[in-house]
Design a protein around this ligand. Structure first.
Ligand code: SAM
Ligand code: MG
Length: 214
C-alpha cells in the first residue's frame, strides 16, 4: 500500500513528537521536511517571523487560509491567548484529515476550528456560520492566485476592521504579484515586506504584513 507525503509527515509526528507539546510537533515536522521530504509548510525560518507578528497582534480571532497538514495552525494556535479562536480553511479533505490529527497531537483542538471547503465559498458565511464580527489577524497561505480575490471578498464581507493585520506567505516564491501590487498601492493598507527564504531552502521568499486602515 502506498502512503502519501502528508501521511508520512503525520507518521513522523506520531513517532517523534510528545502529545500536548506543540513545540515538539513543529520540531518533528521541520526535521522530517529538512532531512526526508520537502513539504509546503511555512517552515521554521519564516515561522519565526509569523510568531513575532502573532505575538505582537495578540489576536482573539484568527483566520488562516490554507491548512495543509496543520503546521502553521499549530504555530499560530500555540501563541494565542486563552479563549482566542482560530478558524482554518482547507479544501482538500485528505489534507484536512491529516491536519486534524496533527492539531490534536499538539493538544490544540479546543482553539482551532478546521473548516473544510473553498475560501471563496466560506468567507461570505463567516459571520452567520461562526459568529465572527471581524478578524484581528489573517494568515494567507493558500493558492497564490486567490490572495487578491479573497482579500477583496473579506473587505466586501466586512470581516476586516481598522487595525486588522494580514500576513501573506510566499509573496516572492511562488509569488503573488497581483496581490503585492494591490496591497502596496492601496491607501487602505500600510504594508511591509519581511525578507526570508522559501521553507527548507535558500531561495529568497518572504512575508508581507499589511495593516488594514479601515
Ligand atoms: N499554511 C500551511 C502551513 O504553513 O503549514 C501550508 C498551506 S499550503 C501552502 C496551501 C493549502 O491551501 C493546500 O493544502 C491547499 O489544498 C489549500 N488551498 C488552496 N486553495 C484553497 C482555497 N481556495 N480554499 C481552501 N483551501 C485551499
Ligand atoms: Mg506558504
Amino acid at each position: 500500500t502506498q502512503s502519501t507525503r502528508p501521511q508520512r509527515l503525520l507518521g513522523a509526528v506520531q513517532k517523534n513528537a510528545t502529545r500536548g507539546q506543540p513545540h515538539s510537533v513543529l520540531k518533528a515536522i521541520d526535521q522530517f521536511c529538512t532531512h526526508t521530504e520537502w513539504a509546503m509548510n511555512v517552515g521554521d525560518e519564516k515561522g519565526c517571523i509569523l510568531d513575532s507578528v502573532v505575538s505582537e497582534v495578540n489576536p482573539a480571532t484568527v483566520l488562516e487560509l490554507g491548512t495543509y497538514c496543520g503546521y502553521s495552525t499549530v504555530r499560530i494556535a500555540s501563541l494565542l491567548p486563552p479563549h482566542a479562536k482560530l478558524i482554518t480553511l482547507e479544501f482538500n479533505p485528505d489534507f484536512a484529515a491529516i491536519a486534524r490529527q496533527v492539531i490534536a497531537w499538539a493538544g490544540l483542538e479546543d482553539k482551532v476550528q478546521l473548516v473544510e471547503g473553498a475560501s471563496g465559498d466560506w468567507i461570505p458565511k463567516m459571520k452567520e456560520q461562526f459568529g465572527i464580527t471581524t478578524f484581528d489577524f489573517v494568515f494567507l497561505d493558500h493558492w497564490k492566485d486567490r490572495y487578491l480575490p479573497d482579500t477583496k471578498l473579506m473587505e466586501e464581507c466586512g470581516l476586516l476592521r481598522k487595525g486588522t493585520v494580514l500576513l501573506a506567505d510566499n509573496v516572492i516564491c511562488p509569488g503573488t504579484p497581483d496581490y503585492l501590487e494591490y496591497i502596496r498601492n492601496s491607501p487602505r493598507y500600510k504594508s511591509q515586506y519581511f525578507k526570508s527564504h522559501l521553507e527548507y531552502t535558500k531561495v529568497e521568499d518572504g512575508l508581507e504584513k499589511s495593516v488594514f486602515q479601515g
